[in-house]
Design a protein around this ligand. Structure first.
Ligand code: SF4
Ligand code: SF4
Ligand code: SF4
Length: 314
């Protein structure tokens, strides 16, 4: 009998759903004999309050596996997450917005009222207006990762996660391996650049300058980007972005890792660990521009980013 799968997107950009579909023919081979998609608003219109809106309570169908992309930004997201948790046996947090807040959790550096005042009342491109008070669901007090609201069984980070990993997780679940999880390895562990364990020191370079490399040579001939003086977050970021093969995606493009897979293990603090990594090659961690935001770029939930005591940076 096919396994029922239910999917939802909350505070999401839909990139995770595109990655899910990028599994390609392999997923078509599983539908409908092994997987039955019972709810997937990214592909099929879904009604939450009955087909004609006759119900007063939000309802999702029952399923064995639930997949949620995006974190929790408002009370509608929270209600949907709680309803899905009630209706599924195994819940997967898909993508770094769901596992760690992702880019939207940068908002956690400010209070909600300060964000609304800035966007509606103090924006140079339009006349001041009152924030909408009707129809739009109310904000939660901050942007939350999924596991700050409901129990999560499987964490599949990435912005977006690689289709290979999504397929691997789904196939593992179909085979009854409900304890599937990503290895606790860093991006650096999978990066084959030349490392000399020392750098030139000084201030961290900005990405306005190009990394030094010979485009005719493979990345195995390139010097480690952090040792060249750039902020490369591979040391504190979980491996997996290349899927089953190849070098980390940004390093393949000769760009520093920005940390999109989130911390290597639950509870790790990439900002603190990254300051130590920079110091280990003689770089001045204090010189990272907009340090608090950049070092927590994808991981602002779980209390990593909070409003500062003053409104000076709004
Ligand atoms: S993790 Fe990235 S791709 Fe997925 S919803 Fe968030 S921003 Fe989009
Ligand atoms: S710091 Fe960056 S370039 Fe250096 S090994 Fe790690 S991921 Fe590769
Ligand atoms: S190299 Fe880093 S930022 Fe780039 S895709 Fe991989 S984990 Fe994400």
């Amino acid at each position: 009998m096919a396994v029922k799968v239910s999917s939802e997107w909350l505070n999401s950009c839909s990139g995770c759903e595109i990655s899910l579909l990028n599994i390609g023919d392999a997923i078509l081979d599983l539908i409908p004999s092994q997987i039955e998609l019972v709810h997937i608003p990214a592909l099929v219109d879904s009604k939450y309050f009955g087909a004609t809106g006759e119900s007063t309570t939000l309802e999702l169908p029952k399923a064995t596996v639930g997949i949620i992309s995006g974190g929790i930004r408002n009370h509608e997201h929270k209600e949907i997450a709680e309803e899905m948790r009630k209706k599924v046996d195994i819940l997967i947090a898909l993508g770094t917005c769901a596992t760690d807040g992702g880019i939207p959790a940068q908002a956690n550096m400010w209070k909600n009222e300060d964000i609304l005042a800035k966007v509606y009342g103090d924006c140079p491109t339009h006349a001041p207006a009152a924030p909408p008070a009707e129809v739009i669901p109310a904000y939660t007090d901050n942007v939350k990762a999924l596991d700050e609201v409901v129990k999560v069984d499987i964490f599949l980070p990435g912005c977006p996660p690689h289709p290979d990993l999504i397929a691997e997780a789904i196939l593992a679940l179909l085979a009854g391996k409900t304890d599937w999880k990503l290895e606790e390895r860093s991006v650096c562990d999978t990066c084959k650049v030349i490392r000399e364990k020392k750098g030139g020191g000084g201030s961290v370079k900005r990405s306005l300058e190009s990394v030094e490399y010979n485009p005719d040579e493979p990345i195995e001939k390139m010097r480690c980007i952090m040792e060249q003086g750039w902020l490369c977050m591979g040391t504190v970021t979980r491996a997996g972005c290349a899927g089953k093969s190849g070098a980390p995606r940004c390093i393949q493009a000769r760009m520093p890792c920005r940390g999109c897979f989130g911390p290597i293990r639950k509870g790790a603090k990439p900002m603190v660990d990254m300051m130590g990594s920079l110091a280990s090659v003689g770089l001045n961690a204090q010189s990272v521009v907009d340090r608090r935001a950049i070092l927590n770029r994808f991981v602002g939930s779980h209390g990593n980013l909070r409003p500062l005591p003053t409104k000076a940076n709004v």
